[in-house]
Structure formats: structure tokens, C-alpha cells
Design a binder for this molecule. Structure first.
Ligand code: DAH
Length: 343
């Protein structure tokens, strides 16, 4: 074959190869490989062109050889560039035979679960939900609740003071919310408040310096202890089941008179006696009573017209009983293996 003819062949092959290469698009890496074999492969078009050279004179051989090599290099580079285009989609190709990846889903903390359940029970009985600040003053946390300075009952609440001089503290219970609500609400009303409380307790299986309480307050004309008993008994049965026995025992709180502690039959041993209930068959779960007249006077309520009841309980304690969690520390360690189990 003449040199001129070979040069024309080189030009044709080069143009054809480039045209075909440009037609290969994203995701078609299999087509790209076929193209590579066709042009750059051992028995491909380029090597076919080299096979034509032996018939030429040495000067012509050199010239044609250089042209073919140039083209080979050009096509090689074009091939490499094309890989980045065709390969791009490859990563996103779906292989339907692969097992699926389950997305991580979140779960609610057990305290959130119980708090919501409790809120639902009370809202069904017409209670509104209110909140108050975690940082309180001595007045709201103690004094307005009829717990005077220097009174021995104050020792029950071992307090974190943020400023002892200005009497600013982390609330030791949710009872100050009672005062804040009464100051701005005219009776009748019924509310619950849920939130964090803080006490300088040493940490052990049943004590944590941070914990949660739920507070209840109902004020109206003619409210008496039977209303309190009815509401709380219904609440406990809704939360723990109708077979639970509820017991009211006289107690003392400065902000209620009379005051009571409420216990429920131990749902772990069914009242037969176990370590959780200290073999008594009953577990104490909340404090309650009729709002002390002094507390009403502190917020300007007419004690001849209105009476009310209040109650307060620890949510961790209820969660421990309901969910069978054995140690209060689990609620705060955020070990997902523990807290994921309950939602
Ligand atoms: N605040 C009390 C405490 O933390 C619990 C309590 C008892 C709240 C009786 C009340 C109540 O509203 O009436 O120990």
C-alpha cells in the first residue's frame, strides 16, 4: 500500500475512533471497554495500521510510524478522559441484588415516653400543661410555699445555690410553678407542670442530683380531699393498670394541709414482698395534699371562697417501676443500648 493511502487510513481511523468515543456517555463504561479493544487492543485498528508499514521504504516507515504513534497517544488520552465521564454514574448504579441498608432511626428517651403518657392521662381529665423556670428564687422555691428560712423542713431539699446572697437557686422541686401560675391565674383551673429538679444528693441507684418531677394543682370552689383521691387513683390505674391498689398515708408538707403520701401495690411482686418494695408490698410514689391556706394568702386568693389540692412526684421513680429499669443512673448515661429499648 502506498504511503498516501496509509496516511488517509490513519486519518479515517482516527476520526472514526474519536467520533465513536464521543458517543459513549455516562454509565456506559461497558461500551467504552469495547471501544478500547476495537482501537487500542492487541488486534485493534491501530495495530492493524502498524502491520501495513513493513512494505514501505524506511523514510516512509518512519513518517507513517510517527503518525500512528501520535494518534495512539491521542486516543489513549481521550480514552482516559472518557473513563471519568462514563465511570461517574457507575457509583450510583443500583444493584438490586444487594441486601438493603436499614436507616438508623431515633427513639424517645424513657423519661420523655413516661412524661407524655402522664400528660395524656391528665389532659384527658381537663388539666392544662404549664411550665416554670429551672432557676428560681428562694421566694418561689421555699418562702411562698410556706417553707420559711431557718425552718427545719428546708433541710429536706438540699439546695444548689447559684447566688446565696441574692437567694437564686436551682429549683429543688416543681412546686414553685404552683406559685407562678396562681400569681397570674384566677381560679378555677387545673394544671400540671413537668420539669427538671436539682438537689445536692450523692449519686447512687436511687438518687441523682438532676431528676424530673410532675406537679399538679387544682383550685376551685368546693374542692376537697375526695377529689384529690379520685383524680390520683384514676391516674395511677391509668398508668399501671386497674389491678393496682392505691394507699393514702398521712404525711407532712409545709405547703399542704392535710398532707398525704400515696403508695401503690408493688407491681413487681404483686404485693407479696420483694426488695423493690422493701417487703412491704407497697411502693411510695407521690406526695399530695390540700393547698395550705397560707399558700393561697401568699398569692392573694380568698381562702373562704377557694380550696384546692396539689401533688408532686418523681418521674424517674415512676419510669423505674413501669419499665423495670433497675438504676436511676441509666436515665442519664445515655447508653443507647438501654434507652433505645422503650420506644
Ligand atoms: N414538692 C414535694 C417534693 O419535692 C412533693 C410534693 C408534695 C408536691 C406534696 C406537692 C404536694 O404539690 O402537695 O418532695
Amino acid at each position: 500500500m502506498e504511503l498516501e493511502e496509509i496516511k488517509k487510513r490513519i486519518k479515517d481511523v482516527s476520526e472514526k475512533a474519536e467520533k465513536e468515543l464521543l458517543e459513549i456517555v455516562e454509565g456506559e463504561s461497558d461500551k467504552l471497554e469495547i471501544w478500547k479493544v476495537k482501537y487500542l487492543g492487541r488486534k485493534g485498528e491501530i495495530n492493524n495500521l502498524f502491520a501495513l508499514l513493513p512494505h514501505l521504504s524506511s523514510g516512509e516507515k518512519k513518517e507513517a510510524g510517527m503518525l500512528i504513534n501520535e494518534m495512539k497517544e491521542k486516543l489513549n488520552t481521550a480514552y482516559e478522559e472518557r473513563i471519568s465521564i462514563t465511570g461517574k454514574q457507575e457509583k450510583h448504579k443500583i444493584n438490586l441484588s444487594f441486601p438493603g441498608k436499614r436507616p438508623e432511626t431515633g427513639s424517645f428517651h424513657p423519661i420523655t415516653i413516661i412524661s407524655r403518657e402522664i400528660s395524656t392521662i391528665f389532659t384527658k381529665m381537663g388539666f392544662g400543661i404549664v411550665t416554670g423556670p429551672d432557676i428560681e428564687t428562694d421566694y418561689y422555691n421555699f418562702e411562698a410555699l410556706n417553707i420559711p428560712a431557718e425552718h427545719p423542713s428546708k433541710d429536706v431539699w438540699d439546695t444548689f445555690y447559684l447566688s446565696e446572697k441574692e437567694k437564686i437557686l436551682l429549683r429543688t422541686h416543681t412546686s414553685p410553678v404552683q406559685i407562678r401560675i396562681m400569681e397570674k391565674t384566677a381560679p378555677p383551673f387545673r394544671v400540671i407542670a413537668i420539669g427538671k429538679c436539682f438537689r445536692r444528693d450523692d449519686i447512687d441507684a436511687t438518687h441523682s442530683p438532676v431528676f424530673h418531677q410532675i406537679e399538679g394543682l387544682m383550685v376551685d370552689r368546693g374542692i376537697n380531699f375526695s377529689h384529690l383521691k379520685g383524680i390520683l387513683t384514676h391516674f395511677i390505674m391509668e398508668l399501671f393498670g386497674n389491678n393496682i391498689k392505691v394507699k393514702f398515708t398521712p404525711s407532712f408538707f409545709p405547703f399542704t394541709e392535710p398532707s398525704a403520701e400515696v403508695s401503690m401495690s408493688c407491681n413487681i411482686c404483686k404485693g407479696n414482698g420483694c426488695p423493690t418494695c422493701h417487703n412491704t408490698g407497697y411502693i411510695e410514689i407521690l406526695g399530695c395534699g390540700m393547698v395550705h391556706p397560707q399558700v393561697f394568702r401568699n398569692v392573694g386568693y380568698d381562702t373562704d371562697e377557694f380550696t384546692g389540692f396539689a401533688f408532686g412526684m418523681g418521674i424517674e421513680r415512676l419510669a423505674i417501676i413501669k419499665l423495670g429499669i433497675t438504676d436511676i443512673r441509666y436515665f442519664f448515661q445515655n447508653d443507647l443500648r438501654v434507652i433505645k429499648q422503650f420506644s
